[in-house]
Design a protein around this ligand. Structure first.
Ligand code: K7E
Ligand code: CUA
Length: 666
């Protein structure tokens, strides 16, 4: 099914099922010392972090390499009942958009922040395809701390790719659509006339990482697929693969596969900045959400923005150039030197490699073969460094090892192919099991790849793992690329559907790790910094419970006088100041999820009891030997009853030290 989606053309679809394309058996593919190379002894750490996109689960998964052990699932675009992301009052604003609250998205690509073209370990950027957004995760806490929505866009696939000093994160629209200030209520077949392909340049603050959309480029209506920034000599440029230069709006598997060549669009973003400075942009009225997490208040806020500046690349010359690239190119990858740009045409029988210096020369000497949507098309031969001949079938993505080699994933022929960037000679090929999509080398899209490991993220698992019903996990496969020949070391299952991934040595991230939040710095409006301050406050039908948790009780743990019709907010502060001691919180009948509160943090669960009765609450995370005792009761009375609102901890009749307290009513 997935093959057919990607390669609807029947010839290719059938190729995928041909015996000749199926790789040889595992026995021959795994090298003898593989176990030793991936074994991480109990108590030892992995060498690298591997951040893997979750695809249609909307999350990011963190693995250790070389073991392939899953360390954590980081919620980004989808709600996560495991820790209350998207359910707690504090995190709900993270998922606000111009369409309202959205609990899900489709997450494909990741990029780690860079300084001087090298991974700096600070932030991880993630895209959402369906409702176009870009997220930033802070790798000090492994939390999603910012999400920005993208106006004038649809299907944010070509994203989030960053420049070598993280000046920009870019996001190219997959679906061209009428821009937000135009009437979108037009016939679909007016595509050519009304639709535009917009690319967003999101600026990133050097110190704080804070994002804002600096400008957008309005380009002809094509489908932007992937991109990568220039680096080194090509810093200042961006390269976007485009398909559907046919501008089809239906049955794209046929109608967008007509042209022998589509394009890689080269964008001179420094030039675009000049035009922006000169005031050449058009202000477009729109609406997009910008959501930020505040680490001091432990709360997200969502702001609706109303305007974005758009530069029209057909009008403002010399921002964009098209490099013809066969055939429906998917990956657009730039080698570590910044000189070579590799286009992977899904339907092409070769891999074209463009040269950045030749491209500059071709622009200078005007070696154009025509125009497309007002953008000059450079002559294919004029920008071409060369073609890799007979690389395999269905090239998708290319990464680099920093030693002059490129590695391309071949979806249809299920293999990874290693080739020499300069000579374009194929050096090695190894099977994948099966139908590899993205592949990743640690640091493989930076100026300084770490090499050593390559991971293939495969679309089809078939017989690789114990069967789990109709849906099997996707598989990741780890290869040792330190020698001349690639060696398959390990299979590990993945969650959702991984697309792109990132990896780097662990020290880059462990050095910044935060172990717990300093409670003295907690500025949450409902924080409770000690049990003595815990209280219950009624404001009309809203009841605020200022609650604390510490091993192994809540304060208060008995509450009476809640009435049907009340909205109860449990603001739970975890008083612990130690690493790895979260407490959980849940109450019978709560229609959202648990809270999982980190040490020093405050989180809020909203609870609306529907009928009178006795409602137990408890800690969900096994926090101590007396975790099971970490529980309490809330008594709910009928609407209009006169049971006073009281709260207590240890309210034994003979214990005058902890009397039952009456709630404050405001
Ligand atoms: Cu090739 Cu969405 Cu990057 Cu998947 S995309 S494979
Ligand atoms: Cu706190 Cu279990």
């Amino acid at each position: 099914m997935k093959i057919i989606q990607l390669f609807g053309i029947s010839a290719f679809a059938s190729l995928a099922f041909l015996g000749s394309c199926k790789p040889k058996g595992t026995e021959t593919a795994v090298s003898g010392d593989a176990a030793e190379k991936v074994y991480v002894a109990p108590g030892k750490y992995d060498e690298m972090y591997n951040f893997v996109s979750g695809g249609f689960n909307g999350q990011v998964n963190v693995y250790g390499l070389p073991s392939g052990r899953l360390l954590k699932v980081l919620p980004v675009f989808s709600v996560n009942p495991e820790n209350g992301y998207g359910y707690s009052e504090e995190t709900k604003p993270m998922l606000e958009t111009s369409h309202g609250f959205i609990p899900w998205d489709d997450q494909h690509h990741l990029d780690l922040s860079q300084t001087n073209g090298e991974i700096d370990g600070r932030w991880l950027f993630a895209n959402a395809n369906n409702t176009p957004r870009v997220a930033r995760l802070d790798l000090k806490t492994f939390k999603t701390v910012e999400i920005i929505e993208l106006p004038n866009s649809a299907g944010n696939h070509s994203s989030p790719f960053i420049t070598e000093n993280t000046e920009y994160v870019v996001a190219g629209t997959r679906f061209s659509v009428p821009t937000d200030d135009q009437n979108g209520d037009v016939p679909i077949n007016s595509f050519k006339e009304n639709f535009k392909g917009v690319i967003s340049f999101i600026g990133v603050d050097k110190e704080t990482g804070k994002m804002d959309i600096r400008f957008q480029l309005q380009a002809p209506a094509v489908n932007f697929d992937l991109s990568h920034a220039g680096r080194g000599k090509s810093h200042g440029w961006f390269f976007f693969s485009c398909y559907n230069s046919e501008q089809a709006n239906s049955l794209l598997e046929v109608n967008a596969s007509q042209n022998d060549k589509d394009f890689i669009m080269a964008v001179n973003w420094k030039k675009a900045e000049e035009y922006l400075k000169a005031g050449k942009g058009r202000k477009v009225k729109t609406k997009y959400a910008h959501n930020t997490w505040n680490e001091e208040t432990h709360t997200a806020t969502s702001e609706m923005k109303e305007e974005v500046t758009v530069l029209d690349v057909a009008e403002l010359k010399d921002i964009c150039y098209f490099m013809p690239t066969p055939k429906s190119p998917h990956g657009s990858d730039v080698d570590p030197t910044g000189e070579y740009i590799v286009g992977s045409g899904k339907l092409a029988a070769l891999i074209p490699v463009h040269s950045f210096s030749k491209m500059l020369k071709a622009i200078e000497t005007k070696q154009f073969s025509g125009e497309y949507g007002g953008i000059p098309i450079l002559k294919y031969e004029a920008t071409l460094h060369g073609e890799v001949q007979k690389p395999g079938l269905g090239p998708l993505h290319t990464e680099f090892d920093g030693k002059g080699n490129a590695y391309t994933s071949m979806f249809v022929s299920s293999e990874v192919v290693k080739w020499d960037i300069k000579t374009l000679k194929v050096l090695d090929r190894q099977p994948t099991f099966y139908s590899v999509g993205h592949l990743m080398i640690a640091g493989g899209d930076t100026s300084k790849p770490f090499g050593k490991y390559l991971v293939a993220y495969n679309k089809i698992t078939k017989d690789r793992f114990l069967p789990t019903g109709p849906e099997l996990p996707q598989s990741a496969q780890l290869y040792d690329i330190s020698g001349d020949k690639m060696k398959l070391l390990l299979d590990f299952p993945t969650f959702g559907e991984p697309h792109y991934a990132q990896a780097a040595p662990a020290e880059l991230f462990t050095k910044n790790q935060l172990k717990f939040f300093d409670i003295a710095k907690n500025k949450h409006p409902y924080v409770t910094k000690g049990e003595a301050e815990s209280k219950v406050v009624r404001q009309g039908n809203k009841v605020h419970v200022y609650m604390t948790s510490i091993r192994s009780h809540f304060a208060p743990d008995n509450i009476e006088g809640i009435k049907v019709g009340d909205e109860v907010y449990f603001h739970v502060t975890n008083l612990e100041q130690d690493w790895d001691v979260p407490h959980g919180f849940a109450i019978k009948g709560n229609q959202n999820a648990e809270l999982l509160i980190m040490p020093g943090e405050t989180s809020t669960l909203k609870w609306v009891p529907k009928k009178p009765g006795m409602y137990p609450m408890y800690c969900t995370d096994f926090c101590s030997a007396l975790h099971q005792e970490m529980q309490g009761y809330v008594r709910v009375s009928p609407a209009g009853s006169n049971v006073p609102l009281t709260y207590s901890l240890n309210n034994k009749a003979d214990n005058a030290q902890s009397p039952v307290k009456t709630a404050v009513t405001k």
